[in-house]
Design a protein around this ligand. Structure first.
Ligand code: MCN
Ligand code: MOS
Length: 763
C-alpha cells in the first residue's frame, strides 16, 4: 500500500487518516485562547524566583537571607540549609535508589547556574527584587569548564554504545583510499518559546501541578515519589505546551522546589524560570567530537568505518549524546568499529534535543562520506547509492521498510541534482559561490504501550480521552482523524481530551514514539467501540435494526445503516435515543494480555521500561531521509545563506501529511540553525553559559529560511505501527547540518568541520 495521495484542503475526507486536516488547537494558540501552565487563575498565589550559583564547582558555605527576608512581600526563603523532606525518585526506567534523600537546593555546587536558593513573595516583582539581596558565600573547588578545558580528560567508555563487526582496523589499513577527519558540534539548546515553569497547589495530601509536559504520567510519578504520596494524589495538567523539543519530559529540580515551597507555605505557588535560567534548568544537546576513518576502494566501495566519539556530560550523571547512533546503519560495510565516551565537565547534565545522538552522528558520517566522494572524484549521490545498505549490518536484521534509495533519487530529481558540476567553486551567480550538498538522516521506530478511552455520547458526539500530550506535533488532530475513520463520525463531532496524568496511560511524546503508539491504542479502542455499538444496534430489544436481518452495520458520516442501499439508516444520536443510552464507554490498551495487573499498568505508563527499540523484533525499523541543500556564499564576506532545500522522507504511512510536512520543515529549520547559527558559548574561567538568552543564542528567523520542499516516498510499514506509520517528529533535523556543510564545501572548497559554520571560519 502506498501512502495516501495528498488531498485538497476542504475535502470531506480531510478528517480521515491520511487527510490534511488543520490542527484543531491551532487557532486557540494563536488567539490566546489556549491556557498555558503559568496562566491558570489560581487564588492566593505566591510567586517563587530562583537564585542560581555563580561558580562552577564547590560548596555553598553560607547564605545570608536577612536582607531578602526583610524585603517587602517576602514570604519564604529556601536555601541548602532547609531540609525539604524529599526522597529521591526513580530514573526514566523506574529504578529507584532506596531511601535516599533528595535535595533540589543542594549544598554541593556542580555547575554554574545550578539552583541553590528560592525566594517566595506575594508578587513576582517582590520575589525578584528580594532575590537580588541574597548573599551566597562559596568555597570553590577546581572545575572543568568544557571539552576544550585542558583538564577535561579522556572520559569514560560507554560499553553499551560500542559496536563492532568484521575487522575494521585491518580493513582500513589495507584500503587503497583513506579519509580521516574530526567533526565537532557545540552545546545547543532547546529554546522553546514557552519557558520552563509551573503552578502548584496542595489540597491536603492532593497535589495539582500545571506544568508543560511531554509525559504527564511519568512526571506525576516523580512528584508522588518525591513527596511520598500515592500516585493517584498527583494530577499533572498540561493540555497546551509551547514547544518542548526534548526539554519537558521530566520534573526538574525547580519543579521540586516550587512544590515544596507551596507545601511549606500552605499556598499555591507559581514559578517561572527566566530565559537565562532555562539554559541551566535542563541541559541542552551536549557538545560532541568525533573522529571518523573511512577506508574504500578507488571506485568508492566502503571497506571499513572506524568511529570514535565523545560528548560532554555532567559530573553526576553519564548522559551520552551518542555520536555513533547513525554511523552503523547508513551504509553497507563489512568492517566496522564504533566507540563512544562521555567526558564529565561542570555543566548541568545535558539532555535530549530533537534527534538526540542521531543528529550529531549523521553530521559526522554524512560529511565524511562526501569527503571520500571528493577524494576519488565521485558524485556524492552516486557514492551513497553505491554503498546502499541492503539490510541492517549492525543487528543483522532485514529492514522493515527502507526507502532511502527512493528518497535519494526522487529528492535528487526534484532538486535538479543532475545539473550539478562536480568541482568545488565551479558554480556561481555573480559574487556568490553556489554549492550543493546532500545529507542523509535516520531515526529509529520506537514504540510503547498506550491506553485510551472512547465515549459515544447521547448526542452522537464522540469523546477520545488520553493522558498523551500535544506540544504542537498534532496529537489532538490525528486522534480525531483515527476515530473519525473507524466510527464514521465527522471530526467536528469528535472531542479529544489530552494532557492530564489522571487520564488513561500513554507513551511519552519523546523519541518520536507517541503518534504510532497512541494511534495504535486509540484505533484498538475505536474498533472495540464500533463492535459494541453495532452489537447493541443488532441485538438490543429497542433497536429497529434487530428486525432488518442484517448481520453487520456500517458507520459513516455520523450514521449507522444496514449495508445495502435504501436500507434502514439513522444518526448515532437517534440510535442512542432508541437504545435509551446516555453514553457508551470503551477503554482499551496495547499491553500484552498477560500484563494487565495494576503494577504492569504503572510500569507501562510511568516509566520507559516497556519501550521497544528499533530492533526489538524481527526487523530493523527506522525512518529515513535525504536532504539536498543549496547554499550561496558571499565570496568577500563569507556569509552563508541556505537558498533552497529539498528533502525526501520515508516515514511510512502519514496519518496527516499536512502536519507531517510541518514537522519535517520544523526539523529542517532547526537543522539550518544548527548548521549556521547555534552555539552555546562557555566561559572557560567559570563554566558559565555566556549567551544564555535569545538575543545572543541565535536561532533562525523567517529571513534565514528559504523555500523548503518536502517529499514523502514512504509506504505503509505494518511492522512499525498499527496504522503503518513510522516516526516523524525528529528525523527532519537529522542530516540537515551535513547537507549544508557539504554544500558549503562544494561552494567554497573549504571544509568546515566544526559547527556552526560562521563567516570567520570561511574567510
Ligand atoms: N505524524 C503523522 N504520521 C506519522 C507520524 C507522525 O501524521 N506516521 C504526525 C502527527 O501529526 C504527529 C506528529 O507527526 O502528532 C509527530 O509524531 P511522532 O513522530 O510520533 O512524534 P511524537 O508525537 O512522539 O512527538 C515528539 C517529537 C519529538 S521527540 C520532538 S523532540 C519534537 C517533535 O516531536 N518536539 C516538538 N516535534 C515537535 N513539534 C513541535 N511543534 N514542538 C515540539 O517541541
Ligand atoms: Mo524528543 S528530543 O525525543 O523529546
Amino acid at each position: 500500500m502506498t501512502i495516501m495521495e495528498p488531498r485538497k484542503h476542504g475535502d470531506a475526507s480531510d478528517g480521515m487518516i491520511g487527510g490534511r486536516q488543520s490542527r484543531f488547537e491551532g487557532s486557540m494558540k494563536v488567539t490566546g485562547a489556549a491556557t498555558y501552565a503559568l496562566e491558570y487563575p489560581v487564588k492566593g498565589l505566591a510567586h517563587a524566583v530562583l537564585v542560581q550559583s555563580t561558580i562552577p564547582a564547590g560548596r555553598v558555605v553560607a547564605v545570608d537571607t536577612s536582607r531578602a527576608l526583610a524585603a517587602p512581600g517576602v514570604l519564604l526563603v529556601l536555601t541548602p540549609e532547609d531540609d525539604l523532606g524529599l526522597v529521591a525518585a526513580s530514573d526514566w526506567y523506574g529504578n529507584r535508589p532506596e531511601n535516599q534523600p533528595y535535595h533540589p537546593l543542594p549544598r554541593e555546587v556542580r555547575f554554574n547556574g545550578q539552583t541553590i536558593v528560592a525566594v517566595v513573595a506575594e508578587s513576582r516583582e517582590q520575589a525578584s527584587e528580594a532575590a537580588k539581596l541574597i548573599d551566597v558565600a562559596y568555597e570553590e573547588t577546581p572545575s572543568v569548564a568544557s571539552l576544550d578545558d585542558p583538564n577535561a580528560g579522556e572520559g569514560k567508555l560507554m560499553e553499551n554504545l560500542s559496536s563492532a563487526w568484521g575487522d575494521a582496523e585491518s580493513a582500513f589499513a589495507a584500503a587503497p583510499v583513506q579519509v580521516e577527519a574530526e567533526y565537532r558540534t557545540p552545546r545547543e539548546y532547546h529554546v522553546a518559546m514557552e519557558p520552563h515553569g509551573l503552578t502548584v497547589k496542595w489540597d491536603g495530601e492532593q497535589l495539582t501541578v500545571w506544568e508543560p509536559s511531554q509525559w504527564s504520567h511519568g512526571m506525576a510519578r516523580t512528584y508522588s515519589e518525591w513527596f511520598g504520596i500515592p500516585a493517584e494524589n498527583v494530577q499533572l495538567i498540561s493540555p497546551f505546551i509551547g514547544g518542548g523539543f526534548g526539554s519537558k519530559g521530566a520534573a526538574l529540580a525547580h519543579s521540586a522546589v516550587a512544590a515544596a515551597a507551596a507545601k511549606k507555605l500552605g499556598r499555591p505557588v507559581k514559578l517561572a524560570l527566566t530565559r537565562p535560567q532555562n539554559f541551566t534548568g535542563y541541559g541542552g544537546r551536549a557538545a560532541t567530537r568525533q573522529k571518523i576513518a573511512l577506508g574504500a576502494t578507488q571506485d568508492g566501495v566502503l571497506q571499513a568505518i572506524i568511529h570514535r566519539g565523545i560528548s560532554e556530560t555532567s559530573t553526576y550523571v553519564d548522559y551520552p549524546e551518542q555520536t555513533g547512533a547513525a554511523t552503523p546503519i547508513l551504509y553497507k560495510v563489512e568492517n566496522f568499529s564504533s566507540q563512544h565516551r562521555v567526558v564529565p565537565v561542570n555543566t548541568v547534565t545535558p539532555g535530549a534535543l530533537r534527534g538526540p545522538g542521531k543528529n550529531p552522528s549523521a553530521y559526522g558520517i554524512e560529511c565524511a562520506i562526501e569527503e571520500l566522494a571528493y577524494k576519488i572524484g565521485m558524485d556524492p549521490l552516486e557514492i551513497r547509492l553505491k554503498n546502499y545498505a541492503d539490510h541492517d549490518y549492525q543487528s543483522g536484521k532485514p529492514w522493515s521498510t527502507r526507502r532511502l534509495r527512493e528518497a535519494l533519487t526522487e529528492g535528487a530529481e526534484a532538486f535538479g541534482w543532475s545539473r550539478r558540476s562536480h568541482a568545488p567553486r565551479s558554480m556561481r551567480d555573480g559574487r556568490q559561490l553556489i554549492g550543493w550538498g546532500i545529507g542523509c538522516g535516520t531515526f529509529p521506530v520506537i514504540r510503547a504501550p498506550s491506553e485510551a478511552l472512547i465515549r459515544i455520547l447521547a448526542n452522537g458526539h464522540v469523546e477520545v480521552v488520553s493522558g498523551a500530550i500535544d506540544m504542537g506535533q498534532g496529537t489532538y488532530t490525528i486522534l480525531a482523524q483515527t476515530v473519525s475513520e473507524v466510527l464514521g463520525v465527522p471530526v467536528e463531532q469528535i472531542e479529544v481530551h489530552l494532557g492530564d496524568s489522571r487520564l488513561p496511560g500513554s507513551a511519552i511524546a519523546g523519541g518520536s514514539m507517541l503518534a504510532g503508539s497512541i494511534t495504535g491504542a486509540v484505533h484498538k479502542t475505536a474498533m472495540a467501540a464500533r463492535d459494541e455499538l453495532i452489537g447493541l444496534a443488532l441485538s438490543d430489544a429497542n433497536s429497529p435494526f434487530r428486525e432488518t436481518g442484517a448481520n453487520t452495520l456500517t458507520l459513516s458520516e455520523g450514521r449507522i445503516a444496514v449495508p445495502r442501499s435504501g436500507g434502514l439508516s439513522m444518526t448515532l444520536r437517534e440510535l442512542m435515543a432508541t437504545l435509551n443510552r446516555d453514553h457508551i464507554e470503551v477503554r482499551r490498551n496495547t499491553l500484552a494480555e498477560g500484563s494487565q495487573s495494576p503494577e504492569d499498568h504503572k510500569k507501562a505508563w510511568t516509566t520507559l521500561a516497556s519501550v521497544q527499540g528499533a530492533t526489538s523484533g524481527d526487523y530493523s525499523m527506522h525512518s529515513w531521509c535525504a536532504h539536498f541543500a543549496e547554499v550561496r556564499v558571499d565570496e568577500d564576506f563569507g556569509t552563508v545563506r541556505v537558498s533552497r532545500m529539498v528533502s525526501a522522507f520515508d516515514c511510512g504511512r502519514l496519518y496527516n501529511p499536512k502536519l507531517v510536512e510541518s514537522q519535517w520543515r520544523g526539523g529542517i529549520i532547526m537543522g539550518i540553525g544548527q548548521a549556521l547559527l547555534e552555539e552555546g558559548l562557555v566561559d572557560g574561567r567559570n563554566g558559565r553559559t555566556i549567551n544564555n538568552n535569545m538575543g545572543d543564542y541565535l536561532v533562525p528567523t523567517n529571513s534565514d529560511i528559504p523555500d523548503i520542499q518536502v517529499i514523502s516516498v514512504g509506504v505503509a510499514d505494518p511492522h512499525a505501527s498499527v496504522l503503518g506509520g513510522k516516526g516523524v517528529g525528529e528525523v527532519g533535523i537529522v542530516g540537515v547540518a551535513p547537507a549544508i556543510a557539504n554544500a558549503v564545501f562544494h561552494a567554497t572548497g573549504k571544509r568546515v568541520r566544526d559547527l556552526p559554520i560562521t563567516l570567520e571560519k570561511l574567510i
